[in-house]
Design a binder for this molecule. Structure first.
Ligand code: NOJ
Ligand code: CA
Length: 562
C-alpha cells in the first residue's frame, strides 16, 4: 500500500501540479471487474475487495463506467436516477466505502456522467409521457410532431448510433399515436434538451452531489453531443464515419458551438471545490485540433484522444498523431491524453493486428477474417502500450489490458447483450467482446470473478493462463510489464516530461527521448541494434543480443560515469 500518496482534498495543489496532467487512469467497467455476491455481475464491494491489486499495479486514478440506478438497457449508460447506486452494483454506502478505500491507497476516483440522455425509466421521462405536447414536462426532452399527413413519419431522417431510426413515436395516454422523441442511441435513451434551464440546473445539482461525496472528477459521456442544431435538419453520415462521431463535417447533433458553454459552467462548479477535481470529455471528434477546443483553460481538463486510439500500427501515422496531439493540446495549455482500449472498441491485443476493416462500434464476430494469433496480437499490443506509457501527458488503461486480454470475438449470439447487436439484427456484433468479466485466478469458478461461477458473459477457456494469479508469478508476463512500466514512469516522471524525437534509428522505427529515457519502438523497420552506453530499463518482449525486432519497444537509460 502506498499510503504516502493518500489523496487529500484539503491540500490545494500548486499550480502546474494538477494530478490529472500526468496521471495514469485505469478504467473499471464495474459489471465485469469483480462480483462479490455471486450473481454474475460485478459490483462496488467487488471493486473494493480488489483494490490492492490496482495499488500494486501502480495507477494514479480509476474511472468507473456508470453504476447509477438504471434498467441496464445500455449497460448503465441509460440512467434512471443520477444520484443513487443501482442495487445490482450495491448502495451509496458501498460507494463511499470504495471511495475511501481507494483514497487510502492514493488512487483518485472519477465517475461517469451521462448528460446527453437519460433512461426512459427516469422520472422526468415518465412524467413527459404522461403530459401533453408543449408541456413543461415534455420540454426537458426533444419531442416533436411527426411529418406526413397524420404525423406518421419521424421529424427528420436521423439514424440512431446503434442502428435504426433515432426517433420513436409515443402513444398518448388516450391510446392515440402522438409525438416523436429523439434518441441518438437506443429508444430507451431519450435525449435531453440542453436549451432547457431545468436540465442545466438538474445537472449542476448532480455534479455537486458527487463532488460533495468526494469524487475527483467526471468522465463526461458523449461530451460533443448535448446540443443539437435547433433546425433539426436531415442528415446522412458518410459511410466511413465512426459511429460515435468524428466526421470532418460534423453531424447536426455533434460539435455544436453551444456545447462549450455547458462545460464552462461546470468548470466553475468544480473550481469551487478543494483539491483538483477534473472533467474528462468523451468527445469523438476528429481531428485532434478540434478535440483541443474541449480543453481550453475554462472548459474541461482532459479529453480522450480518439485519433490516437484509431491510429494504425504504422510509424508515419503514429508520429503524425503524436506530434499533432502535443501541439494541439499544449496550444491550449492542456495535457495530451493517450488511450488504446476502452469498453466501446475491439481490445488492442486484437485490434492493432486485424487485417480486415473494422469500423468503430461494429465489433467483430467469429466470421471476421484476419484475426491474429494470440501471441502475435499481444506482442504488438505490449509494444504499443510500452510506447504509449512513455509519452508525456495522461494515459488511460482499460481493465484487463494489463493481462493482455484479447477480444472475445467468438461469443455465442445468444450471449450477446449490446443493443447494437439487437438493433441491427445481428449485422453489427457490437461491443460485448471487450466487456467479458476479468480472469483473477486460473483454477477458481469463473476465474475468480464470482465465487458461484456465474458470469454475465461467458469467459473463454483460453484465458486460464492469462489469469492475474498466474501472471503475478511470471516475471515476463504482461502484468509484470505494466507494473514495471508504471513504476519507471513514476520514478522518471515521464508524464510531465517533454518529447524529443531521435531520428537516428531509421525508417519504420519511432524513437524519442523523454526525461532522460530513450524509447525505441520498432513498428515495421529492420532489426535495430541498441546503442552502446545505455542500460535497458524495460522491453515489451524479452530481447536477445541487444537487438530490437519488429513489434517490440524498449526503454533505455544512458549510463553516466561518475
Ligand atoms: C459512449 C459510451 O462509452 C457508450 O458505451 C455508450 O453506449 C454511449 N456513449 C451512449 O451513452
Ligand atoms: Ca454482483
Amino acid at each position: 500500500m502506498t499510503l504516502e500518496h493518500d489523496v487529500d482534498h484539503a491540500t490545494p495543489a500548486a499550480a502546474g501540479h494538477e494530478w490529472w496532467r500526468s496521471a495514469v487512469i485505469y478504467q473499471i467497467y464495474p459489471r465485469s471487474f469483480a462480483d462479490s455476491n455471486g450473481d454474475g455481475i460485478g459490483d462496488l464491494p467487488g471493486i473494493t475487495s480488489r483494490l490492492d491489486s490496482l495499488a500494486e499495479l501502480g495507477i494514479d486514478a480509476m474511472w468507473l463506467s456508470p453504476f447509477m440506478t438504471s434498467p441496464q438497457k445500455d449497460a448503465g449508460y441509460d440512467v434512471a436516477d443520477y444520484c443513487d447506486v443501482d442495487p445490482l452494483f450495491g448502495t451509496l454506502e458501498d460507494f463511499d466505502d470504495m471511495l475511501r478505500a481507494a483514497h487510502e491507497r492514493g488512487i483518485r476516483v472519477i465517475v461517469d456522467l451521462v448528460p446527453n440522455h437519460s433512461s426512459d425509466q427516469h422520472l422526468w421521462f415518465q412524467q413527459a409521457l404522461a403530459s401533453a405536447p408543449g408541456s413543461r414536462e415534455r420540454a426537458r426532452y426533444i419531442f416533436r410532431d411527426g411529418r406526413g399527413e397524420n404525423g406518421e413519419l419521424p421529424p427528420n431522417n436521423w439514424q440512431s448510433i446503434f442502428g435504426g431510426p433515432a426517433w420513436t413515436r409515443v402513444t398518448d395516454p388516450d391510446g392515440v399515436p402522438g409525438q416523436w422523441y429523439l434518441h441518438l442511441f437506443d429508444s430507451s435513451q431519450p435525449d435531453f434538451d440542453w436549451d432547457n434551464e431545468e436540465v442545466k440546473e438538474e445537472f449542476r445539482r448532480i455534479l455537486r452531489f458527487w463532488l460533495d461525496r468526494g469524487v475527483d472528477g467526471f468522465r463526461v459521456d458523449v461530451a460533443h453531443g448535448l446540443v443539437k442544431d435547433s433546425q433539426l435538419p436531415d442528415y446522412t453520415p458518410s459511410p466511413e464515419a465512426a459511429s460515435m462521431g468524428g466526421e470532418e463535417t460534423p453531424a447536426p447533433y455533434f460539435e455544436q458551438a453551444g456545447v462549450h458553454e455547458i462545460y464552462r459552467d461546470w468548470h466553475r462548479i468544480l473550481s469551487e471545490y478543494d483539491g483538483d477535481r477534473a472533467l474528462c470529455g468523451e468527445a469523438w471528434v476528429s481531428s485532434v485540433e478540434k478535440m483541443a477546443l474541449w480543453v481550453r483553460p475554462d472548459e474541461m481538463h482532459q479529453t480522450f484522444n480518439f485519433d490516437y486510439l484509431m491510429a494504425s500500427w504504422d510509424e508515419a501515422e503514429l508520429r503524425d498523431i503524436i506530434d499533432r496531439s502535443l501541439a494541439a493540446f499544449s496550444g491550449v495549455g492542456a495535457p495530451s491524453t493517450w488511450v488504446l482500449s476502452n469498453h466501446d472498441v475491439v481490445r488492442h491485443a486484437t485490434r492493432l493486428s486485424l487485417t480486415g476493416e473494422n469500423p468503430q462500434g461494429t465489433g467483430i464476430g467469429p466470421d471476421f477474417p484476419g484475426i491474429p494469433q494470440y501471441e502475435d496480437g499481444v506482442r504488438r499490443a505490449r509494444a504499443a502500450t510500452t510506447l504509449m506509457l512513455a509519452l508525456p501527458g495522461s494515459s488511460y488503461l482499460y481493465q484487463g489490458e494489463e493481462l493482455g486480454l484479447d477480444e472475445v470475438h467468438d461469443l455465442p449470439g445468444e450471449a450477446r447483450q449490446d443493443p447494437t447487436w439487437f438493433r441491427t439484427q445481428g449485422e453489427r456484433y457490437g461491443r460485448d467482446g471487450c466487456r467479458v468479466p476479468l480472469p483473477w485466478e486460473d483454477s477458481a469458478p469463473a476465474f475468480g470473478f464470482s465465487h458461484t461461477g456465474e458470469s454475465w458473459l461467458p469467459q473463454p477457456k483460453r484465458w486460464a493462463p492469462l489469469a492475474r494469479s498466474v501472471q503475478a508469478q511470471q516475471p515476463a508476463s504482461t502484468l509484470n510489464l505494466y507494473r514495471r512500466l508504471l513504476q519507471l514512469r513514476r520514478e522518471a516522471d515521464l508524464g510531465s516530461g517533454t518529447l524529443e524525437w531521435a531520428p537516428e534509428f531509421g525508417s519504420g522505427v519511432l524513437a524519442f527521448r523523454n526525461s532522460g529515457v530513450l524509447v525505441v519502438a520498432n513498428i515495421s523497420g529492420a532489426d535495430v541494434t541498441l546503442p552502446d552506453g545505455h542500460e535497458v530499463l524495460a522491453t515489451s518482449t524479452p530481447i536477445e543480443n541487444r537487438t530490437v525486432p519488429r513489434d517490440v519497444t524498449v526503454w533505455l537509460k544512458e549510463i553516466t560515469h561518475q
